[in-house]
Design a protein around this ligand. Structure first.
Ligand code: CAA
Length: 240
């Protein structure tokens, strides 16, 4: 049996590419999603990857969902905390609800995803924790006080977990994608998106597969001494 990998938000966008890449690499993959049943069904039909529905922002849902994945597939060796949302607005227009929704999903959701699998990884002496952060957690972004705060916080999570897990055979790393061609980026008004693309030296958006390949590497045995690192994949838009 292959290693088991859990990918949150694993049926769409960057997460979809990650789920497929890990499956192609021989992992038994479980992909979670929050709401889009239709897309999840089509994803399973196309890929054969099993999906699970829960809200990563809710601890008990995450814990119970992860217990179900482990009952079905065995202990989780690789966890990819990818699920994330945007609620963009300039700060003077941002509502407490927009702040809280993004904190719940992108920051607390990462805690909720890793915390239930962490004791098992410690016991077995192996684990790979990969968090999908963002270029905007590194540099900030007009209209994203909430999102940038969570993505910067995600880096604090992996840098701390790396130190706690290192002696137990667990690595924790983050990837900071730049602007990638997904629904999330396509939701940015076109005029704003064009300006952003103009600021990317590569002259284009990234592809989800370009992030998935980073995940495959970090999940593999080849990355064993890389711990607490941040891989920027942004077409030279920003250097942390
Ligand atoms: N820098 C400086 N000024 C900016 C600006 C920017 N990047 N964007 C907008 N402004 C200015 C506008 O020109 C406008 O100026 P005036 O008041 O002089 O007219 C002012 O800010 C306010 O603009 P609006 O009233 O039109 O603001 P809005 O309420 O419509 O919201 C916004 C603006 C939601 C922030 C919109 O600009 C936006 O969506 N920006 C993109 C944010 C972004 O990059 N999100 C990333 C999504 S993808 C993602 O998150 C994935 C990932 O990890 C990379």
């Amino acid at each position: 049996m292959g290693r088991v990998a859990l990918v949150t938000g694993g049926t769409r966008g960057i997460g979809e590419a990650i789920s497929k890449a890990l499956k192609a690499g021989g992992y038994d993959v479980a992909a979670t999603y929050a709401g889009n049943d239709e897309k999840a069904k089509a994803f399973t039909e196309a890929t054969g990857i099993k999906t699970y529905k829960w809200n990563v922002g809710d601890y008990d849902s995450s814990k119970n969902g992860i217990a179900q994945v482990e009952a079905d597939m065995g202990p989780i060796d690789v966890v990819v905390a990818n699920a994330g949302i945007t609620r963009d607005a300039p700060f003077h227009k941002m509502t407490p609800e927009q702040w809280q929704e993004v904190i719940d999903t992108n920051l607390t959701g990462v805690f909720n995803t890793i915390h239930p699998v962490w004791p098992g990884m410690r016991e077995r002496g192996f684990g790979r924790v990969i968090v999908i952060s963002s270029i905007n957690g590194q540099k900030g972004q007009f209209g994203q006080v909430n999102y940038a705060a969570t993505k910067a916080g995600d880096l604090g999570i992996v840098r701390s977990l790396a130190q706690e897990g290192a002696a137990k055979g667990i690595t924790a790393n983050a990837i900071c994608p730049g602007y990638i061609a997904t629904e999330m980026v396509m939701a940015v008004p076109e005029s704003v998106r064009e300006k952003i693309i103009g600021m990317i030296p590569a002259g284009r958006l990234g592809e989800p597969d370009e992030i998935a390949r980073c995940v495959s590497f970090l999940a593999s045995d080849d990355s064993s001494f890389i711990n607490g690192s941040v891989i920027s994949a942004n077409g030279a838009q920003f250097f942390a």
